[in-house]
Design a protein around this ligand. Structure first.
Ligand SMILES: *Cc1c(COP(=O)(O)O)cnc(C)c1O
Length: 234
């Protein structure tokens, strides 16, 4: 397994992107996206110091959590169905993929039951791709204002999945656009809303994302290698 070496390469690139942008390395969190990968591989990343892991399926996340140390921060980064919120409500450190009021409402209900306040990000489909989840950039502010009224949900920022491109530079304008959107929302001074997190950038484009203000990058392939997509393992 090459995980230690891969992590070191990614770390070097993150540090270089931070330096180019005049940013502090401590302001960017690397999330190791471990979906479809066996716990042995996660453990190797853990032993190298990784504490933030990203999963996109509720069942898979719930299976992995008891097999690994308790100080891991688990990030739910995939599309979340309302009927599955109850399984991860007290397990996810951050839910990145909230794109409807109805989903936020369900998170609020389940959070109340547990007596907790759950941090979330609002997912924005910044390029307007038909194939992707996320609210449109146009509707994002309204959605943030609506969700802000829910007592047990706390908006911490925005998340986006940029288009798949061969040349990462092509996504720079989208990263700029969502950064600007987060600044616009900050300037509205909405109660209970913080825009301190900007979750954007994956294996193909995380360096550009950092240059444009990402505070969380989600890297899977670059750490764990290519995923084997079996049937039902999307
Ligand atoms: C799979 C996934 C990633 C990681 O993608 P890589 O290209 O393998 O780095 C990041 N974010 C989300 C939401 C994902 O589903």
């Amino acid at each position: 397994m090459m995980i230690k070496e891969n992590l070191s390469t990614v770390e070097t690139k993150i540090a270089a992107a931070c330096a180019r942008a005049g940013r502090d390395r401590a302001d960017v969190t690397l999330i190791a996206v471990s979906k479809t990968k066996p716990v042995e591989m996660l453990r190797e990343a853990y032993d190298t110091g990784t504490r933030d892991f990203g999963e996109n399926k509720v069942q898979e996340m719930c299976d992995k959590i008891p097999q690994l140390p308790g100080d891991i921060r688990w990030h739910m980064i995939g599309h979340l169905q309302r009927n599955k919120v109850k399984y991860i409500i007290d397990k996810a450190a951050l839910i990145h993929s909230v794109d409807t009021y109805r989903l936020a409402e369900e998170i609020n209900i389940q959070a109340k039951k547990h007596g907790i306040v759950v941090p979330i990000l609002v997912e924005v489909n910044i390029a307007g791709e038909a194939s992707k989840f996320g609210t449109s950039a146009e509707d994002a502010i309204l959605l943030v204002e609506e969700i802000a009224a829910l007592e047990n949900v706390r908006i911490q920022g925005l998340m986006t999945i940029a288009p798949y491109v061969v040349n990462a530079e092509e996504n720079r304008l989208y990263f700029r656009k969502i950064k600007q959107l987060s600044v616009d929302i900050t300037n509205k001074n909405i109660d209970n809303v913080s825009m301190q997190i900007l979750s954007m950038g994956m294996t193909g484009d995380y360096e550009v994302a950092i240059e444009e203000g990402a505070t969380m990058v989600r890297v899977g392939t670059g750490i764990f290698g290519e995923r084997n997509y079996k049937k039902g393992n999307e």
